[in-house]
Each structure stands twice: as C-alpha cells, then as structure tokens.
Design a protein around this ligand. Structure first.
Ligand code: KG4
Ligand code: ZN
Length: 359
C-alpha cells in the first residue's frame, strides 16, 4: 500500500509538467453512472452516461438505495465502453479521477470505490473532484476558447449560487440559495402538476404552450444581497394548485408552468446580471442541469448582448451530470497540485464550493 502511495505521488508530480495528460474520470453522485476519458482538460475522447431516469420515474424522484444498486450494475460496462469509444487501453491512461462529493453518499461510494480499485490496480494517481467544480468545467469542454476569469451562475439540482472563477482553481462563493435549490423548486412544482421526474425539462416543455398570466401569492425576497431564495415561490405555486383542486376548479398546467418559469428565470437573470454589472465583470458562464432551461438561456443571452458581456452556455449534453466535466476539472486540479487522494478517500454528501491552490 505505501508503495502505491509513493508511486502515485511521484506520477502525480510528473504529470504536472507533462504536455499530454489523459484522465479517465468517474461520476456517480446521483442517478447517472458515467465514465469519460478527457485529454488535457479540453478534448473529450469518450463520454459514457448510463442514465437511471426511467428507473426512478415510477417513484417520482431518485431513491438513493436504488441508485446505488444500479450504479454497481452499470459501472464496469461504462468503464469498458469508455476505453472502447476512445480506442484506448488502460495502459494509455495517466490518472483516474472521481467525484467524491457532493451527492448521495451511497451512490458516490460506488464510483469512489471503483476509482480506488482502478487506481491501485493500474498504479495510477487518484484525483478527487468536487461535483460542483465539475459543472463549471462542463464549459471548458463546450467552449475551447473559454478561460477564467469569469462569473458563474451555478444552477443544478443540488446548488444555486453565483461564483467568481478568478482562475481555474481560484473559486469564490459570492451568493447562494438560503433554502431550496432552483432544481428542487422545478422538480417540486412539476410533481404537483403531475409531470414525471425529472421535472425541470417537462416544465420547460409545457411552459412553451402556456401564458404568463397567473399571479401567485408571492413577493420576491432578498433584494439587496446576491443570495437566492426559492422556497417561498415553491410554496406559493403548490398552494395555488391545491386551492384550485380543493375547489374542483381546473388547473391550467401550461399557464402555471409558464408563469412559474418566468418568475424563476427573472430572479436568476436579474440577480446575476446585477452582480456582473455592479462589479465590472466581462464574462458570464452558466453551469448545472437548470442551465439547460430554454427560457433561462434566452434571457441571459439577451441581457448579456445588451450589456456587452460575453456569455458561455454549456452544450446541453454537458449541462446535466456526466464524467467528462469531472475529467476536465481533474486536469486543472492536477496542474495546480490539488486533489491527489490516497486509498482512504471516502464520499462526502457536502463539499466546499470555495477553492484555492494558494493555501
Ligand atoms: O446538475 P444536475 O444534473 O444535478 C445536480 O448536480 O444536482 O441538475 C439536475 C436538475 C434537476 O432538478 C432537473 O429538473 C433540472 O436540473 N433540469 C432542468 C432542465 N433540465 C434539467 N430544469 C429546468 N429546465 C430544464 N430544461
Ligand atoms: Zn450535477
């Protein structure tokens, strides 16, 4: 074991100066089992995602134990497919990267244990990557010209935040949600409307057929800060729907979806644009699953064009969970001497967003 650690550390240090670095990365934090191979943080050689959406649909959301079990069933074949698609052998891999948090602990553990086993068996350094930082990196593989500094609007199922990415590994939290994440809010509203899991894409689709004509009993909170709050809006929409149902009145689902989505996307757009403009920022990057929302993309693009800010939206396939984004971030951790893990690595349900290589 100690021999492994010595070799891994030496290889990690060597890779920091190497021109071509090929990383095999693993992601299993929620309901996608994913393995990818990424070169130099930017070039995706393979990107395998085995989604469990159809399995969890019948429960209306992700069931953690079911997710872990299905990660176990899928992970070996995802690994084999990732090598096949990249036309590489295990010998061609320089390092193994894995999401260690944030996420569902049992689900994460499957990826972490698989990664540790691979690293030990292949004598390769193991790089532990934060899922949240991975979502930012989805933009480095979508936009080869993107470089920090930029401001990032992080909108995922687990996180809603404004971040300053001053350099690849210099990440500061500016504001975040004080209660629910925006993804949770989309999923809850979808559920009350009887739409299937995951709710976000279904609200997005339905909203296109509706009108923005419903006034929920809701007032946007926290005007001064750069924090967000979504639980008040969620409750207002749920109460609106339940009240109509109790009165046996028809709920116009299209209009509810549209009116709700307009409020959420206005709040996200207004707040992040206010931060960008008040602080003289020049580039805005969007990250996370809700970054796939068509109305949010439209509003942010329009506002950025109007204010001469360069906007970067991740490709739709990299908005939601995947391992390519983890392999990309692992490369920048490595180049900055961060993330080297040993075989005691374990999964964490929550991780710090702030990152610095200067401590
Ligand atoms: O980033 P992600 O894949 O997982 C986490 O790291 O949490 O985000 C998943 C979230 C879910 O809440 C899902 O409903 C939402 O992203 N989502 C969307 C859209 N596509 C996915 N929300 C709104 N509109 C969409 N088009
Ligand atoms: Zn995610």
């Amino acid at each position: 074991m100690s021999n492994y650690l010595e070799i891994a550390k030496k290889k990690f240090d060597m890779l920091r100066d190497k021109d071509n670095v090929t990383i095999l990365s693993i992601e299993s934090s929620c309901d996608e089992t994913a393995v990818a191979i990424v070169r130099n943080g930017r070039e995706v050689l393979s990107n395998i995602v085995a989604t469990q959406i159809d399995i969890h649909k019948r429960f209306g959301g992700v069931v953690p134990e079911v997710a872990s079990r299905n990660h176990i069933l899928a992970i070996s074949s995802c690994y084999k497919k990732a090598l096949e698609e990249a036309n590489l052998k295990a010998d061609n891999i320089d390092a193994i990267a894995v999401t260690y948090g944030a996420g569902l602990i049992g689900a994460l553990l499957v990826g972490v244990n698989f990664a540790k086993t691979l690293a030990y068996a292949l004598n390769l350094p193991l790089i532990a990557v934060s899922h949240i930082h991975g979502h930012i990196s989805a933009n480095y593989i979508s936009h080869l010209d993107l470089k920090p500094p930029f401001t990032c609007l992080m909108v995922s199922g687990g996180h809603t935040a404004i971040l300053d990415v001053d350099d690849y590994c210099e990440i500061k939290l500016i504001g975040s949600t004080v209660d629910d994440s925006v993804g949770e809010c989309f999923d809850k509203v979808a559920r009350v409307l009887g739409l299937s899991y995951p709710g976000g894409p279904n609200i997005d689709k339905l909203a296109k057929k509706g009108k923005n004509n419903i006034k929920f009993n809701y007032h946007p909170p926290l005007h001064e800060s750069y924090n967000f709050s979504f639980s008040g809006l969620k409750t207002a929409v749920v109460n609106y729907v339940h009240t109509l149902e109790q009165r046996k009145e028809t709920v116009n689902k299209e209009n509810v979806a549209c009116s709700f989505q307009e409020i959420v996307t206005d709040e996200l757009t207004d707040k992040v644009m206010r931060y960008v403009l008040e602080n003289g920022k020049k580039q805005l990057v969007v990250a996370g699953g809700v970054g796939a929302n068509s109305r949010l993309r439209e509003k942010l693009t329009k506002q950025c064009e109007k204010n001469n800010i360069q906007i970067f939206l991740p490709d739709l396939k990299y908005c939601t969970d995947n391992a390519a984004m983890i392999g990309s971030m692992a490369y920048y951790y490595l180049k900055n001497g961060l993330g080297l893990a040993d075989l005691t690595l374990t999964a964490k349900p929550n991780v710090e967003i702030t990152l610095s290589s200067k401590n």
